[in-house]
Design a protein around this ligand. Structure first.
Ligand code: PAF
Length: 326
């Protein structure tokens, strides 16, 4: 019997240790974004990882998937809805296809500077928009940042909308942006970001538009000679979670994700600000011709119909609220 007791004790000891192991097995959180591991999104992803692993005391571990290895932004948002990815840092580019209320943020020349844009995203209205994600099988964790978008191309210096006439410009898969470029006289070509570098290299498109952050992180100087600082639209980013993971968590655990996303957004904004100060010089050093003193008046006038199309489809209320908050 002594032998039997020892055996039972040993077996239950193994079982208890197994259960304890199971209880402490970390949950892997897969985080995806489309930019390189040196980008402002990776700075944000690193901050998210550090904060979530620390706050949860190792209950969650974060694995980062960079450079669009999980697909373009539209595909990754779909991945969140079906649970194939857990957290995504994305621009609002394709988001309007899922959450039309977010289109208001993509209107050209809506914000004049970073302070205005950040102030709106950090307001009650920004929180409301984050909550809206919940109605579309997404969890809005925090507003992050991509930056003010500028036009690059391989053909010529662009100083006025007339210079952009006929230029084949890759846009994001975003109806508001496509309309704005059509109004400028360019030929907008929507395309997922992971296909863009090759498209520029092969001349399928002549130009593209993105913030300094992205132009730096993607070495676009290798395929684009001209940069015009049009600042034609502020490009927000958002940290989104999958409801498949997050809906099953306790309030405390969800709180850690929200706090980690806030840390991520903060770190990203700081990196955007740094690149706004230092990025243009870096692009010039790498051979880009940069047009800085652009008169944005004619561009603003050209894209005005995009506002009319937006308000006739979605009304004026959201736009007015953004303008009042800014
Ligand atoms: O151009 C885009 O699609 C976006 O700005 C990017 C580069 C994927 C960052 O969100």
């Amino acid at each position: 019997t002594l032998k039997r007791h020892v055996l039972v004790a040993a077996i239950s000891g193994v079982a208890t240790a197994g259960m304890a192991l199971q209880a402490h097995a970390a949950t892997e959180v897969n985080l995806g974004h489309t930019l390189s591991s040196t980008s402002h999104y990776s700075v944000g992803a690193d901050a998210f990882k550090e904060a979530l692993e620390r706050l949860s005391d190792g209950e969650f571990t974060v694995t980062e998937h960079t450079s669009g290895s999980l697909g373009g932004e539209r595909e990754m948002i779909e991945g969140l809805q079906i649970g194939t990815v857990d957290v995504v840092i994305t621009s609002t580019g394709p988001l309007g296809n899922f959450v039309p209320e977010s289109y208001v943020l993509d209107l050209p020349f809506l914000f004049e500077n970073y302070d205005q844009a950040r102030c709106v995203l950090d307001s009650e209205l920004g929180d409301e928009l984050l909550e809206k994600m919940g109605e579309h099988d997404l969890v809005g964790l925090a507003w992050s940042e991509n930056g003010f978008r500028h036009l690059t191309n391989s053909q010529r210096e662009i100083a006025t909308p007339a210079d952009a006439e006929g230029l084949r410009v890759r846009t994001m898969e975003n109806a508001v942006h496509q309309e704005a470029f059509r109004q400028m006289g360019a030929r907008p070509t929507p395309m997922a970001f992971p296909e863009l570098f090759t498209a520029l290299q092969q001349g399928t498109v002549d130009g593209q538009e993105n913030p300094i952050t992205v132009i730096v992180a993607t070495n676009f100087w290798e395929v684009q000679d001209y940069l015009s600082l049009t600042g034609h639209v502020y490009s927000p980013a958002i940290v989104l979670g999958s409801p498949i993971l997050l809906d099953g968590l306790s309030d405390e655990e969800r709180g850690w994700f929200i706090e980690a996303a806030a840390a991520s957004a903060q770190a990203t904004r700081e990196e955007v600000s740094r690149l706004e100060r230092e990025g243009v010089a870096l692009l010039e050093e790498n051979g880009m011709t940069v047009k800085t003193d652009i008169d944005i008046g004619p561009f603003q006038e050209a894209v005005q119909p995009a506002y009319e199309i937006f308000t006739s489809e979605y009304g004026t209320e959201m736009l007015e609220r953004v303008q009042e908050t800014a």
